[in-house]
Design a protein around this ligand. Structure first.
Ligand code: C2E
Ligand code: MG
Ligand code: MG
Ligand code: MG
Length: 270
């Protein structure tokens, strides 16, 4: 089973790769119009208190219903939107949709791409959306993947967002390259434990030990932990034992349309 990927001489003549590039180009082109044609919508996955099941907030997750190809995963199209720059407009649109439908008393968590962090008007744009939707900055969390945070140049932007009262979360923690030393310097408030670690919780002793170490580390650094991809009650119990009391996953709810989110978010406005 020869693994040949990675060399330019090979990829240049690979027909599958050529197809992929052609599809990339088509999808990138289609994405330019997707927003105006109403093909994009946002779903919301509840973030719950594991101990009570109460909904505390929700994560906004973008969906694209392509007229010819049907549902296309954000894992496929977000990188294309980043490369073309379309993510700037799409990302702010997601933020505005999410803050418009946020149930009162709960918070909204929105994914931010590294490309958006490079935009010099980002902080201004985010504050403008908060203003338009009459949202307190304390009701917004912005999620940034660990791999994006490895780039030190983002630190001042994250710090500026936090000074305005917006919280920042590291997404997919454990999948990037940041050293533990690095983590102690990151300007973040929340650590989201990648679902790969949650899946390992009741697997091997090593898997459990790694999840436990991440949760302990977050506690020492005074970060709130949120476990991603909780699918079983065993995982939820194990997380509770380890001191992680917030999470999201199919066990509680799949990503939902806005009206269904309101039904599960019954918390009174504090
Ligand atoms: P993410 O931010 O880590 O989002 C969590 C993903 O895990 C979502 O996939 C969600 O549907 C999925 N998930 C939730 N619970 C479970 C579970 O119990 N089991 C399993 N197997 N999966 C679960 P989704 O919606 O396909 O999004 C994939 C990624 O696309 C997101 O990962 C995020 O990185 C990116 N993304 C989605 N929407 C946006 C957006 O508006 N902006 C940006 N920049 N990225 C986005
Ligand atoms: Mg996320
Ligand atoms: Mg994640
Ligand atoms: Mg993820």
């Amino acid at each position: 089973h020869a693994k040949r990927a990675g060399t330019h001489s090979w990829t240049r003549y690979d027909p599958a790769m050529t197809d992929r590039r052609a599809e990339d180009a088509t999808l990138t082109e289609d994405l330019q119009h997707a927003l105006d044609r109403g093909e994009l919508h946002v779903l919301y996955q509840p973030i719950v208190d594991i101990t009570t099941g109460r909904t505390l907030g929700a994560e906004a997750l973008l969906r694209w219903e392509h007229p010819a190809r049907g549902f296309i995963s954000p894992v496929r199209f977000i990188p294309l939107a980043e490369r073309s720059g379309a993510i700037a407009r799409i990302g702010l649109w997601v933020l505005e949709q999410a803050l418009k439908v946020r149930p009162s008393g709960s918070y909204m968590s929105v994914n931010l791409s590294p490309r958006q962090l490079q935009d010099p008007t980002l902080v201004h744009d985010v504050l403008a959306v908060l203003h338009r939707t009459a949202t307190s900055p304390s009701r917004l969390v912005l999620e940034i993947t660990e791999s994006a945070l490895v780039d030190d140049t983002h630190a001042p932007t994250l710090q500026a967002l936090r000074e305005h009262g917006i919280r920042v979360a590291i997404d997919d923690f454990g999948t990037g390259y940041s050293s533990l030393q690095y983590l102690t310097r990151l300007p973040v408030d929340i650590l989201k434990i990648d679902r790969a670690f949650v899946a390992e919780l009741n697997g091997t002793p090593e898997g459990r030990a790694i999840a436990e170490a991440v949760i302990r580390l977050a506690q020492v650094l005074h970060l709130t932990t949120i476990a991603e991809g909780i699918e079983t009650t065993d995982q939820a119990l194990e997380l509770q034992t380890l001191g992680c009391t917030r999470g999201q996953g199919y066990l509680y709810a799949k990503p939902l349309p806005a009206h269904a989110l309101t039904e599960v978010s019954t918390a009174p406005d504090a």
